[in-house]
Write a protein that binds this ligand. Sequence first.
Ligand code: NAD
Ligand code: TYD
Length: 340
Amino acid sequence: MNIIVTGGAGFIGGNFMHYMVSKYSNDKIICIDCLTYAGNMETLSPLENKKNYKFIKEDIRNRDNIYKIFEEEKPDIIVNFAAESHVDRSVENPSIFLETNIIGTSVLLDACKKYGIKRFHQVSTDEVYGDLPLDRKDLFFVEDTPLHTSSPYSSSKAAADLLTLAYHRTFKLPVTISRCSNNYGPYHFPEKLIPLIISRALNNEELPVYGKGENIRDWLYVEDHCVAIDLIIRNGKVGEIYNIGGHNEKTNLEVVKTILKELGKSDSLIKFVQDRPGHDLRYAINPEKIQKELAWIPQYNFETGIKKTIKWYLENKTWWEHIVSGEYKNYFNKMYSYRM
Ligand code: NAD
Ligand code: TYD
């Protein structure tokens, strides 16, 4: 089979590329990525000599070129990770989120419709459900929880989900959607909480925690997400949505303190800073559907996953040092100047 993975030079897409290239030597795994600030060829460099791997630098918004790629590569399956993915950036500049996450997805859907495919899989997020209150630990997101977005990022992802479902209903396109909780693991860009804390703590820099650090996220080790998507594209029911999460809810402060303890660093590095506008309180996934229908079981809990992640950051310093020493410095200074 020919499988196109869009956004495969980013965090989750990159991990998915590694997983698929090593697992399916008879399939051709083709990455399409336009290499925004979040795309990184160093993430894919270990795959360079693999016969079943191909990289194409392209923007999913470029209709003519995407159609050409579909004509040439004749993909059976498309897994769409390509997106603008950072909530804070969406607050600063929403328009690129609408362009890539909505228009880009629509170009891919049109290409699938024009050339015919076996499956289009949209990688979505639990953020489309909005948030849950902190004091109702009995509530979880299920697949038919109403969409109720808070940020331009989550709104653009919800729009892409609705468009994907519309192409199934109207054009009978064989689609699936997954909505996963927060991921962490190798190759995670250091603007996101966990890699930001690990990289800054290792450099003994202040650790910005928004508000009081009470917001809750449901953390999933990235490899468990990759396994789930692989199961969905092969065995998932067309037209269906699958929630993915492993019941690993932690407050942000718990996450930061766990990392500091593992690294042997002091809690005095923590700095409570101005909160994110519209900050979602709690995310929590009910993963029963994927567990029952597809027998998906996560291999890692937060304790084992965070140890593995920290080990990776310690052993792969050059990967993240290249990022934090470059253009990212300007980003950090700009985004955090008013907060810190
Ligand atoms: P990321 O920002 O690390 O990577 C995004 C990738 O997409 C980058 O390689 C970037 O170069 C590429 N890209 C961006 N715009 C593009 C365009 N117009 N054309 C082609 N490529 C483009 O993101 P991530 O954290 O790996 O997230 C991947 C997907 O998973 C996203 O759709 C996101 O919404 C979803 N998701 C993320 C999480 C999480 O915790 N990170 C959780 C659930 C769902
Ligand atoms: P983030 O990694 O941006 O993911 P998301 O907003 O998609 O959940 O943030 C995770 C949580 O950590 C979120 O509640 C915001 C918080 N946070 C901080 O406290 N400080 C930071 O510097 C960042 C980037 C996030």
